[in-house]
Design a binder for this molecule. Sequence first.
Ligand code: TTP
Length: 259
Amino acid sequence: NLTNTELELVNVTASWDEGIGELFEKIKQENKADDPPNGDTGLFFTNLYVTPVLKNIGLYLEKGKMLAVAGSTGSGKSSLLMMILGELVPSEGKIRHSGRISFSPQTSWIMPGTIRDNILFGLAYDEYRYTSVIRACQLEEDLALLPEKDKAPLKEGGVTLSGGQRARIGLARAVYKDADLYLLDSPFTHLDIVTEKEIFERCLCKLMSSKTRVVVTSKLDHLKRADKVLLLHNGMCYFYGSFSDLQAQRPDFSSLLLG
Ligand code: TTP
């Protein structure tokens, strides 16, 4: 029943090597190869061994809840978002979500145009919505310092953004868009600790409180505030559940968040 569930993944496995699953099935049928060794979800055939980027991941997220996806570098966090987006097709398992997705990539791209154009990104200007997003993403002060405010042109001859400004414009764009599911890939890169804390509170927790959110972040404070935590390790689910269960079941978990 998906009525109150916005996102569901059932035993999902995926590899970036395109079509390798089909290839394996073909080879396996032709050669009657054995199944992979015990408990190993890799595709195994003599010299062909492909390690999936995500292995047997299962989760569900209710409408309006926040899932924090944590794990060391290369553990598959971005790949998980790409898979929910449909960019990475699972070789096994099922993914279900009920609607429109707004995605903010790890590195947000800026198109030629004004700051406002870059936030609206083709959508109609709604003053209340726009102002709320600008405030929640801490962009008010940045804009106040520019003579042309949010009409300042970016790129050629225009304002050069700092990494943090770019990140916040990317986040503002994703939040401004109305969607059923928000996928935010490391939205706090390039931000100092104070700004990160403010934006997490004001934007992700308050402004987006009724939204279904999947946020890639390994910050302890964020994991504590999220409704669910998925901790990935080498593409596998090391833990999935509430933060209190994480502390109880995986007391050593913080060692996985450092890298
Ligand atoms: P990621 O999914 O990018 O891992 P991550 O998001 O946990 O890492 P980071 O915190 O550093 O951002 O990468 C997992 C593996 O998948 C890695 O070997 C690179 C590979 N990969 C691709 O081949 N293509 C892609 O588009 C992505 C996103 C990852």
